[in-house]
Design a protein around this ligand. Structure first.
Ligand code: DX5
Ligand code: ZN
Length: 227
């Protein structure tokens, strides 16, 4: 079984104090720091992504100067290939792209991500069938992680979609040692559904940052994953 990784989503942190917030989460027991990279849609012809704009490579580069932590970057962007070089240089650890934005070039993308020293991951939106990512998990040129979105990408604080757990179950059955990450609406009230379906990497923004004792929420989630 893949090891538990609890990854607070820095989208819910105080961006004006990012380095301090990152260290606070690590001190509370976080394994990874989840960094949400979002770029606003401009036109319907590239309607892959989100109604929000967050951070880019310069912020990752600044944060990297303050921490050795694993920076789990989740790119909700239309052209992920354009971001590989700058994120590699900036010090990203994991580079997770969306299959919806890489149907034509995922093979090349995975190769380039690895060549830049990052761990490739693939994510899918709630409406995308899980079968779409199977080819990316198999073969020699494969991703190390699959991120199953449990909300529509865009914002923190949304409601967990339990029906996404079917995807997690199918993946876990097929790939016993794969890192399977869930993202959106995770916290003490939803962790059991995710953990029993087989997720081992847990992204959590509002439930961790909004808690009076984030360390307790992190350790509760870890215990449920480790079962
Ligand atoms: C949503 C992001 C998530 C989000 C999770 O598009 O990918 O990482 O910040 O936040 P919560 O845990 O508050 O749902
Ligand atoms: Zn995310």
């Amino acid at each position: 079984m893949a090891a538990a990784k609890i990854a607070p989503s820095m989208l819910s942190s105080d961006f004006s104090n990012l380095a301090t917030e990152a260290q606070r989460m690590l001190d509370c027991g976080a394994d990874w720091l989840h960094m949400d990279i979002m770029v606003l849609n401009f036109s319907s012809s590239c309607s892959h992504f989100v109604p929000n704009l967050t951070i880019g490579a310069p912020v990752i580069e600044s944060l990297r100067k303050h921490t050795k932590a694993y920076l789990d970057c989740h790119l909700m962007v239309t052209n992920p290939l354009d971001y590989v070089e700058p994120f590699g240089k900036a010090g990203a650890s994991g580079f997770t792209f969306h299959i919806e934005a890489a149907r034509e070039n995922w093979h090349e993308l995975i190769q380039k991500i690895k060549a830049k020293g990052m761990k490739p991951g693939v994510s899918l939106k709630p409406g995308t069938p899980i079968e779409e990512v199977y080819p990316l998990v198999e073969g020699e040129n494969h991703v190390d992680l699959v991120l199953v979105m449990t909300v529509e990408p865009g914002f923190g604080g949304q409601k967990f979609m339990p029906e996404m757990m079917d995807k997690v179950r199918k993946l876990r059955q097929k790939y016993p040692s794969l890192d399977i990450e869930v993202d959106g609406g995770l916290g003490p009230s939803t962790i059991d559904a995710a953990a029993s379906a087989g997720a081992n990497c847990i992204v959590a923004g509002s439930s961790v940052f909004g808690a009076p004792e984030p360390a307790q929420v992190i350790s509760l989630m870890r215990n449920r994953v480790e079962g």
